[in-house]
Design a protein around this ligand. Sequence first.
Ligand SMILES: C[N+](C)(C)CCCC[C@H](N)C(=O)O
Ligand SMILES: O=C(O)CCC(=O)C(=O)O
Ligand SMILES: [Fe+2]
Length: 421
Amino acid sequence: MLCRRLACLYFGSRCLLSRPVGHNVSWQHSLKKTVPIVTCRHYTATESLTCSWHLHEDHLELHYSDSCMRFDYVWLRDHCRSASCYNTKTNQRSLDTASVDLDIRPKQVRNDETTLYITWPDDHISRYGFAWLLKNSFEGQPHQTIQPRILWNAEIYKQAQMPSVTFKNFLETEDGVRDFLKTFLLYGLAFVEEVPATKEDTEIVAQRVSLIRETIYGRMWDFTSDFSRGDTAYTKLALDRHTDTTYFQEPCSMQLFHCLRHEGTGGRTLLVDGFYAAQEVLHKYPEDFELLCKVPLRHEYIEHVRECHNHMVGIGPILNVYPWNNELYLIRYNNYDRAVINTVPYNTVRRWYAAHRALTTELRRPENEFWVKLKPGKVMFVDNWRVLHGREAFTGYRQLCGCYLNRDDVLNAARLLGLQA
Ligand SMILES: C[N+](C)(C)CCCC[C@H](N)C(=O)O
Ligand SMILES: O=C(O)CCC(=O)C(=O)O
Ligand SMILES: [Fe+2]
């Protein structure tokens, strides 16, 4: 998985936040005093669930279910689930965290088979189930990855033979939409087939998994090569691989395309897994990868065509990783829309161009390209935070419709169907 590699290869020992595998001591505490002040061992009914805890200067150490967990006292007070601190109807905190003494220490601690009880200096009592603590501790997190993915080149993608779902199954069955979302989350690409070739039916497909994200292009858009908007997408020209809306502060993350008509030649769609390419850069040139993560760039959309007047600006690095586990979550790559570089001093500019070249080389390898001809009936969902798209030049009349989707709402739908997202 990419993130694991990121953690080890990219930052290596330089990254304070990379977690050692199978560790007992987390980085926060390795620097602090860890002299036990109170220790207790408790045998629960089942031998295997022996629990023991030690009170240290500033944290509680808990051994439970083969795990060693460390909880900061402020964290424990802040996560009290008593009725006055937490509203279980709304799943919201009521406690004012700013009112917690940052040097707080328990007055008394005890436990029974299932629960740890802490009495605080003001006699407030907090109860924490051991299972809850295990599930919510830093050490007990089962997945280092937020989003499990299968990175692909053309061969991997074709070998996987991911099935498309039909319009009927997608709309009428929960399995249909779940299987679809599973594929989409793993590959950043998924198809629905047998969709009636209308904008209205395409909208129904979109709304099955998300709320539509309205942008300067409208809600549901539909376009041909009439240059009705000031962008090359509205011509017959070829478009090299890119992600869309790089000039938004938060680029659109999911994109849906449906080719409603094409009478002519060419116009095939090109797809490339940007995370696969980024991973190749990470392995071959880790410093280039790091630079692509660090250097912020401006992207811009300036339009004055007929009544459409827009000037959008987005600033951010090409590669974006979560700071706590170095997992890649967003690639912003569009050489057409990249604006003047004025966010980088001269002595970094050349290194950045070299890093950009390394990534471009990977993105352009023919073996990484997956080509598909979009036809009426076939709706394509692309994760625009990960998979780049492009198109071949074409002749004749070609009409596409589609929309952008809110990422949060797609992921929400996936979680409600039991998927990890
Ligand atoms: C998809 N739709 C035709 C509505 C918009 C196309 C946007 C094109 C722009 N250069 C970009 O890459 O963001
Ligand atoms: O015409 C196409 O197939 C895609 C054009 C494009 O890149 C876009 O609309 O975002
Ligand atoms: Fe595009």
